[in-house]
Design a protein around this ligand. Structure first.
Ligand code: URA
Length: 203
């Protein structure tokens, strides 16, 4: 049987997860998104990166982290010396949440109900992959896998969460770096982000 996959009976392989996810109606976001964006990366990945949700470009193409935030993540990974091809990239929420603003679609932060509705997919991915290191990008990923009380700027760095993975790193979301008030990426903020990613090399 298909589709909305009960949390107590999750699909077991990444391919099955992606197939079932395509039909997910666990929350209303599927109605306004183009598609569910499944995770991407090799089954052998030691590192799993969890973002917030697909953005406009990801929603249109079905691929994670290919828009502006994804390009900044690529640059940070390259600077840190971590090949993207060895990482499994996914999101806490699999459908793009947006509101119209003129001709563009403005990103909206997922709410608690949406994060919770999507969590079984993320947990299924974790079980299928059993990564050595999980990197949580931003508050939504942290909320999903650590809890609502986490504060990214206060708690960033290595966090102890052995039920999730041997090593868990919490850091900012690259989209937050793009939204810096100076309208240009602060070198300090970028370097701090890279330093957090580099924790994966020594973990
Ligand atoms: N934000 C994310 O978390 N992921 C993307 O792919 C794009 C924006």
């Amino acid at each position: 049987r298909a589709a909305t996959s009960a949390p107590e009976n999750p699909p077991a392989t990444l391919a099955e997860i992606a197939r079932h996810l395509a039909h997910c109606r666990r929350c209303p976001l599927a109605e306004t998104a183009t598609c569910a964006v499944a995770g991407e990366g090799p089954l052998s990945a030691r590192i799993m990166i969890v973002g917030e949700q697909p953005g406009d470009r990801e929603d249109l193409t079905g691929r994670p982290f290919i828009g502006p935030a994804g390009q900044l993540l690529d640059r940070a990974l390259t600077t840190a010396g971590i090949p993207r091809s060895e990482i499994y990239l996914t999101h806490a929420v699999k459908h793009f949440k947006w509101t119209p603003r003129g001709k563009t679609r403005l990103h909206q932060t997922p709410n608690t109900a949406e994060i919770e509705a999507c969590r079984p997919w993320l947990l299924a991915e974790l079980s299928a992959l059993t990564p050595q290191i999980v990197i949580l990008l931003g508050a939504t990923a942290a909320h999903s896998l650590i809890g609502p009380g986490v504060r990214v700027m206060r708690d960033r760095g290595l966090v102890s969460l052995p039920s999730l993975a041997p090593h868990v790193i919490l850091t900012v979301h690259p989209a937050s770096l793009l939204r810096q008030p100076s309208d240009r990426l602060s070198a300090d903020a970028f370097n701090d982000f890279v330093a957090d990613l580099r924790l994966a090399l020594t973990s």
